[in-house]
Design a protein around this ligand. Structure first.
Ligand code: F6P
Length: 324
């Protein structure tokens, strides 16, 4: 192999730049070329490539977002789009592709591999941590720190005003951000997609903590939580069913995806980039690199996106005990 391509795709996450840097420098170390592909699979179809040498990725390890940009490509879902992408890869002499992204991006990589036998390697980049085969996806740790910082700030104003706050965090299908940041931020209750706590139990629990002497409270709500009401309807319900609490809502939104990556994410990205490039050079394909028991391990892309990552039940129990 003489040239590897790298792209970032799907929702961005802090650490993607550190991963690009690692892929580019690993290629340079092994004396092969590296092509950066812009806007994910969109840029693959349009042939929007740029050769990157070791110096071209200076000063980006500490930057959020992705210098290669990212997109969710509709055209790549068509056979013609994928054929174009494959032709462009061939024309540019690219012989292996590193895809940094989440489940949608990995599905794209798998199709490219299945249809054309093209060597692909995945690096899990999403704040949601919803990929099997790695305890941490790139950006998860940074997002947690961002969310905890926001909760701390909201707590200041919540306790000054004796208010109850509902704080919505990201997590369309999984509650990893909600559960971890909720515990770290000292939340009373944490609502996640994996569990239906029930509205009545929520109100009972808030009443109990009120009685026990708490004058303000924080409830963390994952955007895909199972109670089936959006965060504003939740607020209204609690408003109607609880006396005397001034209730407010704060939706953290996309700020959770930005910011400088944490030390953990920078190290993880650096390790994953090296492992991804060296795995392709060893002739491996159709895998994702991940962190398992402190080591870099490979998981078949198919298994990485299959099913749901399981919520840590111990954390649920810890959260229950902490809100006593
Ligand atoms: O990156 C994953 C995620 O943050 C989800 O938790 C969220 O639902 C989604 O992305 C929103 O992304 P977008 O606004 O880019 O569609």
């Amino acid at each position: 192999i003489k040239k590897i391509g790298v792209l970032t795709s799907g929702g961005d996450s802090p650490g993607m730049n550190a991963a690009i840097r690692s892929v580019v420098r690993s290629c340079a170390y092994h004396n092969i070329e590296c092509a950066g592909i812009y806007r994910g699979f969109e840029g693959l179809i349009e042939g929007d490539f740029k050769l990157m040498d070791a110096r071209s990725v200076k000063g980006i390890i500490n930057k959020g977002g992705t210098i290669l940009k990212t997109a969710r490509s509709k055209d790549f879902r068509t056979k013609e789009g994928r054929q174009k992408a494959f032709d462009n890869l061939n024309q540019a002499g690219i012989e292996g592709l590193v895809v940094v992204g989440g489940d949608g991006s990995f599905t794209g990589a798998m199709v490219l591999n299945k249809e054309f036998g093209f060597p692909v390697m995945g690096i899990p980049g999403t704040i949601d941590n919803d990929i099997v085969g790695t305890t941490h996806t790139l950006g998860f740790d940074t997002a947690l720190n961002t969310v905890v910082d926001a909760i701390d700030k909201i707590r200041d104003t919540a306790s000054s005003h004796n208010r109850l706050f509902f704080i919505e965090v990201m997590g369309r299908d999984v509650g990893h951000i909600a559960l971890n940041a909720g515990i770290a931020g000292g939340a009373e209750e944490i609502l996640i997609p994996e569990e239906d706590l029930g509205l009545d139990r929520l109100v009972e629990s808030l009443k109990r903590s009120r009685k026990s002497g708490k004058s303000s409270s924080i409830v963390i709500v994952a955007e895909g939580d199972k109670i089936g009401k959006n965060i504003f309807e939740l607020k209204d319900y609690v408003d109607e069913n609880m006396e005397g609490y001034d209730v407010r809502v704060s939706v953290l939104g996309h700020m959770q995806r930005g910011g400088a990556p944490s030390c953990f994410d920078r190290v993880l990205a650096s390790r994953m980039g090296v492992k991804a490039v060296e795995s392709i050079l060893e002739g491996k394909s159709n895998y994702m690199v991940g962190l398992q028991n402190g080591k870099m391990e490979l998981t078949h892309l198919e298994n990485a996106i299959k099913g749901k990552t399981k919520i840590n039940l111990e954390l649920l129990r810890v959260s229950d005990i902490m809100s006593t």
